[in-house]
Design a protein around this ligand. Sequence first.
Ligand SMILES: *[C@@H]1O[C@H](CO)[C@@H](O)[C@H](O)[C@H]1NC(C)=O
Ligand SMILES: *[C@@H]1O[C@H](CO)[C@@H](O)[C@H](O)[C@H]1NC(C)=O
Ligand SMILES: *[C@@H]1O[C@H](CO)[C@@H](O)[C@H](O)[C@H]1NC(C)=O
Ligand SMILES: *[C@H]1O[C@H](CO)[C@@H](O)[C@H](O)[C@H]1NC(C)=O
Length: 725
Amino acid sequence: MPGPRMGKPWRSPPSTSCSGKMWWLLLWGVLQACPTQGFVLLAQQHPQQFSSPGYPEPYLKGQESALDIQAPEGFAVRLVFQDFDLEPSQDCEGDSVTISANGKDLSRLCGQQGSPLGSCPSPREFVSSGRRLHLTFRTRSTLENKSAHLHRGFLAVYQAVDLDECASQRDFSEDNPQPQCQHLCHNYIGGYFCSCLPGYELQKDKHSCRAECSNRLFTEPSGFISSLEYPQPYPPDLRCNYSIRVERGLTLHLKFLEPFEIDDHQQVHCPYDQLQIYASGKNLGEFCGTQKPPDLDTRSNAVDLLFFTDESGDSRGWKLHYTTEIIKCPQPKTLDEFTIIQDLQPQYQFRDYFIVSCKEGYQLVEGNKALPSFTAVCQDDGTWHRAMPRCKIKDCGQPRSLPNGDFHYTTAKGVNTYQAGIQYHCHEPYYKMHTRAGVSESTRGMYTCTAQGIWKNEQEGEKIPRCLPVCGKPVHPVEQKQRIIGGQKAKLGNFPWQALTSIHGRGGGALLGDRWILTAAHTLNPKGHNAQNNVSQNVFLGHTNVEEIMKLTNHPVRRVIIHPDYRQDEAHNFDGDIALLELENSVTLGPNLLPICLPDNETFYDKGLMGYVSGFGIMEERIADDLRFVRLPVAKREACERWLREKNRPDVFSQNMFCAGDPMLKQDACQGDSGGVFAVRDPHSDRWVATGIVSWGIGCSRGYGFYTKLLNYVDWIKKEMEQKD
Ligand SMILES: *[C@@H]1O[C@H](CO)[C@@H](O)[C@H](O)[C@H]1NC(C)=O
Ligand SMILES: *[C@@H]1O[C@H](CO)[C@@H](O)[C@H](O)[C@H]1NC(C)=O
Ligand SMILES: *[C@@H]1O[C@H](CO)[C@@H](O)[C@H](O)[C@H]1NC(C)=O
Ligand SMILES: *[C@H]1O[C@H](CO)[C@@H](O)[C@H](O)[C@H]1NC(C)=O
């Protein structure tokens, strides 16, 4: 830091400082007598001449005059005698020129140039130590008028020359009034300035230096920092703050050198002087004593070293070498064996990143949150911006429950995680799993918890199987060997498809699947009822006793589908006497509630094939309390036609009907049995098949009964049942 200028180069023109009689002879410039103060000559940087009074004529004896030559601030006066001729005398006690500065005589001169007598400046140069030079010219008065000894006096040149103020600094003398620089002095023409040694600051007085270290900044990537005067004792009362600031992403390493010495105390930790180290504002420790701090990787690009000293002590201080390195993040470590760090690097530094994934069947989780992906970036403080996640095994959750079926675990029970296995099965024997051709139920029902966390079947994927009702497989089929005369009470489970309807009076029906009732159209729209009355349809299932069956749920009907061929207004035409009731809810199948199958073969209508007709209809002129059944053979079509002709009936016996019964036997279906089915056991498949619907007859228990031929309507039934409303 440049110091103050102690003087200004003098540039103003020479001027007189008083007025009076001209006394000295000046060859250049103007000089006026100044009786009270004497003369003052202002020196300039170019040389000027002056001479003794009267020069070069001999000077007068007995006179005395004084003259001051003054240089501008920061300059000294240089005086050189060009011609000198004074009367010589012992010690110049006679005539003399005395040069003094600061009140001290520098020289007394007399004699002649080239003469051994006297003390003559030959040629002699005088430079003032300050800015003034005082000159006295004295001649002794004498009685003799010795014109032979006349002397000329002197001619001199004066000028202002630079004063090297710093010379006095180097050559200090007590009587030198020049201000001292405490540390360093720098001279320049016309002045000087002071500066301080590193670590010190020039004070307001511009001369003194004080240790200044409260705000030192280091930005180089490496360097040395030491306490002041190191390894000499550090100054007292320091409040130093050495800050190192390097680029983001770099870490500063500190290495202390020997000697390390800070005033210490045996018991108290660093009570006097201490060195505190902060990295990114975090205290790394306070140090003193003679044990140097360990090498430090600060993991920071901003380090502050605070050094405090008290008023005493003579410890030598400390010195450190700091270096920088790009910051590194700790090697990422997985928290479990299922976590995979992609392309693991041997080292990660600032701005590097890593990606984490999981082994198949595992899911990234952070806390409780599942993550779609994970990336962590190395931050400028050497930490990862995100903590390592975990990999949790994928959980498929509770398997979906299978309507009318169930599942069991093929792996650990209740464990629904990756690779767990379950096996669905349907409630046998009432339900059977729907499978594609050639696929076994166990294959169709096998599900595995996949890596995606979804239960999947190998072929069908997520779709769970369906349990379809098993038709025509009563658990307690009717005994077929018995010979039946007249009607007979059915046992529970003999005809589990049997429905009791209450629409326009009592009727029958049969369960198809687990949601449909097959019945006769005329139970809904009876002949003779001209308008379609808004009547309620009650459907009961699951028992053989009327009272009991009514206690069970009434199955609400969602939809009524009457075959379009049915003609309610044609009293003698029961063609198309078929209808379907779709129940609001599926029923749960069981031993007393099972569907019947539909026919698929004309052979079911072969003459003599025995079938069963069951119903809650009228038996022997009264309403039955229980389900009863009769066993009837399929009759020959021609026989029935003939029988009708004989009776002279106008009734239509269409190809959509068949007849059954035996005029020789007194048994038949009757009113109230309408809608029930003619059930045949198919010996090939061991299934019970509904081949007909109880449709019409002539009286009860007499001759033949007429049935809707179901085989003709199977397509229609299937179509309607598949249709979703
Ligand atoms: C030291 O200097 C740094 C940089 O100027 C500053 O951030 C820090 O606060 C200072 N510490 C103290 C104790 O003054
Ligand atoms: C049948 O009754 C229901 C309410 O029970 C009514 O909303 C509907 O309009 C009636 N339909 C006819 C044709 O009367
Ligand atoms: C009908 O049944 C007979 C005898 O059981 C059989 O030979 C025939 O293939 C069956 N027809 C159909 C279409 O199933
Ligand atoms: C000395 O000489 C000068 C002229 O040279 C003369 O004027 C003066 O009167 C003399 N003085 C004496 C004391 O003789």
